[in-house]
Design a protein around this ligand. Sequence first.
Ligand code: PBG
Ligand code: ZN
Length: 324
Amino acid sequence: MTATFPIVRPRRLRRTEALRGLVRENAITAQDLIYPVFVEEEIDEPLAIPTMPGVFRIPERRLAAEIEAIAQDGVTSVILFGISHHKDANGSDSWNTDGLMARMVRIAKAAAPDMVVITDNCFCEYTDHGHCGVMSGNDVDNDATLANLGRQAVVAIDAGADIVAPSAMMDGQVQAIRAALDAAGHTEAPIMAYSSKFASAFYGPFRAAAGCELKGNRLSYQMDPMNGREALRESLIDEAEGADFLMVKPALAYLDVLAELRSRTLLPLVAYQVGGEYAMIKFAAEAGAIDEARAVRETLGAMKRAGAALIISYFARDVVRDGI
Ligand code: PBG
Ligand code: ZN
């Protein structure tokens, strides 16, 4: 008997859910996900963020209860963003040992000691001009900002943070933070570098969420979205400076960078599905244009396929609680 055409039939493995499960190449688990939490001082009620439906600024006074609820939902890691009422030219509240960054870390760790607590290490939420460091004329002074990043990272780890995640895009920031942490005796504290961070339109909703006062742009420090090779260079520099994780941000528009980076480093990679990516899915789903849960699964799955070990996502809590 001769075989009938076609002999090769990939559909054989798609016939039932059990078969599909057997050959499924990627999965998203709770341990892969990091949930961002916005914490505002001096407010009493959670504040809805209109550009990010379902995301709230959490009052510092309610943070302990919120972290307990997040842990209860099964989330194992959070990244904290402070919304400061004590802004100044340099963002000095962020390295005050009793400032918002230190306090929110202490509250989160006390509420859920097993939760991995990560700090976003930058100044834009703590400066009155909204830039990611110390201004000199119309631009951010790289080296003056490095010294402050070191101070801020030490304060975050002293307060109990498990990981620091510098996002300022200053040259040498990983090395400066490593040196400052080591000098403070924190040789075991890991650095999750926002290593390939682009100057992206997709941060629009976040800036509203974080109360960032920025006028102008971050084109002199964040990366040009047109550049792929430079993005690899940025990440490999951070690896050489001692980063423990590398990150590509935003995620969906930069999967080429993530995939290429995967083949060039052995470090764990992080993808950040940013506010604009969240908003696109949320608003399209609200308009009835797409199915939210499936779109979330598909986009997170794409990041996994491209090589992300970890994903920071505003959907993380829903995914962990409701499954995917
Ligand atoms: C701070 C920071 C930003 C984001 C994370 N850390 C904003 C920015 O660089 O303007 C973006 C997160 C998001 O858009 O969801 N530097
Ligand atoms: Zn910043």
